[in-house]
Design a binder for this molecule. Structure first.
Ligand SMILES: Nc1ncnc2c1ncn2[C@@H]1O[C@H](COP(=O)(O)OP(=O)(O)OP(=O)(O)O)[C@@H](O)[C@H]1O
Ligand SMILES: [Mg+2]
Length: 367
């Protein structure tokens, strides 16, 4: 969406959300990719409310500055992403037409599809499919639009922290980059994969077919809801509940419930399961909707690739797989990288891997 200077030998990806800032620094030597840094910081111990957005920008600037200085990362050019909730994503099916004509039609279509004036919008699009339907050549277009002002405000936060954003993506497409550039090969390209990222506030779904996104949706359920459920169950603070979630939280099988003797583990897991059931219902509804939209050239989902900090909850992948009847695996965007120069241990990397898929995807795109 901004000027792109891709193909450099060092790239820093930074993801800023309402809850955290996360950074990944990669270097490429010949064809080998080295991980140098993976570091992050919470914006605030407790999630800020929506009406605290002004405060959020200032705290975010401070948090980015602290993250850079604590990890000795030099200020410079960065690849950043905005949350999918900041943009409108639409898939348009149009008869095939050449470039100039398409540009005109997209502008017209954008007026139909975006809830604000086209004059105030930044619009990006690309052709994701070129196919024949009823003997007519057709194409599918991925349209991404955002309010110019919103994106510029976001970029300013990075600039005020001393960084220079040279490329802006959307988090959901950075996850797709992490999958395609970091993991490609572990499932054939002909397969359909649903990338499901369970963050702090939202769960994002991006269905990818043969290297192209074909369905995107945000579900408003995330890690903060798991923590809130534990907080209510025990009547404790958010910070205490967050800690309990990360140390003892899990989704237990019926058999495990029967044998668990640790009250905190049993009750926190019960609380987590109630939220996970809501999430499962929403995922099921979204996939059903995706299937009803399925034109003849689309296929069923073969696999879910789970990412986001909340994907660390033990038993969650299994719970979703059983409930949805789809194979679920965890994302592993570091699998083809050399991590010998990383700033953290292999154990730490293993713990962080799922939470850092967005900055990894951003940095990979930059190399
Ligand atoms: N080991 C863990 N066990 C359980 N939950 C965890 C663990 N590690 C992180 N989380 C949860 O993951 C969430 C943060 O995930 P992530 O960093 O992907 O979110 P985000 O990108 O900041 O948010 P969003 O994508 O919703 O804007 C928090 O709710 C946190 O409690
Ligand atoms: Mg996220």
């Amino acid at each position: 969406m901004l000027k792109k200077i891709l193909g450099q030998d060092t790239a820093v990806g930074v993801e800023l959300t309402f809850d955290s800032v996360k950074l990944c620094k990669l270097k490429k030597k010949k064809s080998e990719i080295f991980l140098f840094s993976l570091c992050g910081k919470k914006i605030h111990p407790e999630p800020l409310r929506d009406d605290e957005k002004d405060a959020w920008s200032n705290i975010a600037i401070d948090t980015i500055k602290k993250l850079l200085s604590e990890n000795k990362i030099k200020a410079g050019e960065v690849y950043i992403s905005v949350p999918a909730s900041f943009v409108v994503i639409r898939y348009l099916k149009l008869p095939y037409m050449p470039g100039e004509e398409l540009r005109e039609v997209i502008r017209f279509e954008a007026e139909e599809h975006i809830p604000f004036e086209v004059e105030q919008a930044l619009i990006d699009f690309h052709i994701t499919k070129d196919f024949v339907e009823k003997e007519e050549r057709m194409m599918e277009i991925l349209l991404v639009a955002a309010k110019r002002e919103v994106i510029h405000e976001y970029i300013h936060i990075f600039q005020k922290a001393g960084l220079d954003p040279i490329y802006v993506n959307v988090d959901t497409f950075a996850i797709e980059d992490a999958w395609e550039l970091g993991e490609e090969g572990s499932i054939g390209k002909e397969k359909v994969v649903a990338l499901v990222d369970i963050g702090a506030r939202t769960t994002n779904i991006n269905v990818v077919e043969t290297d192209a996104s074909s369905f995107n949706r945000d579900i408003i359920v995330g890690g903060n809801d798991f923590t809130d459920a534990i907080k209510s169950e025990f009547g404790m603070s958010f910070v205490e509940a967050e800690k309990l979630k990360e140390t003892k939280g899990a989704i237990l099988s019926g058999e495990e419930y029967g044998t668990v003797t640790d009250d905190e583990k049993g009750r926190s897991s019960y609380a987590i399961e109630s939220v996970a059931t809501r999430l499962l219902d929403e995922l099921d509804r979204s996939f059903t909707y995706y299937y009803t939209q399925l034109p003849s050239y689309k296929k069923n989902i073969d696999r879910i690739v789970l990412s986001g900090g909340s994907a660390n909850i033990p038993g969650l992948a299994n719970f979703l797989s059983n409930g949805l009847g789809i194979d679920v695996v965890s994302a592993n965007p570091l699998q083809n990288m050399n991590v010998s120069k990383a700033n953290i241990s292999v154990d730490e990397l293993e713990k962080k891997r799922l939470s850092y898929v967005v900055p990894i995807g951003l940095a990979l795109r930059g190399l």
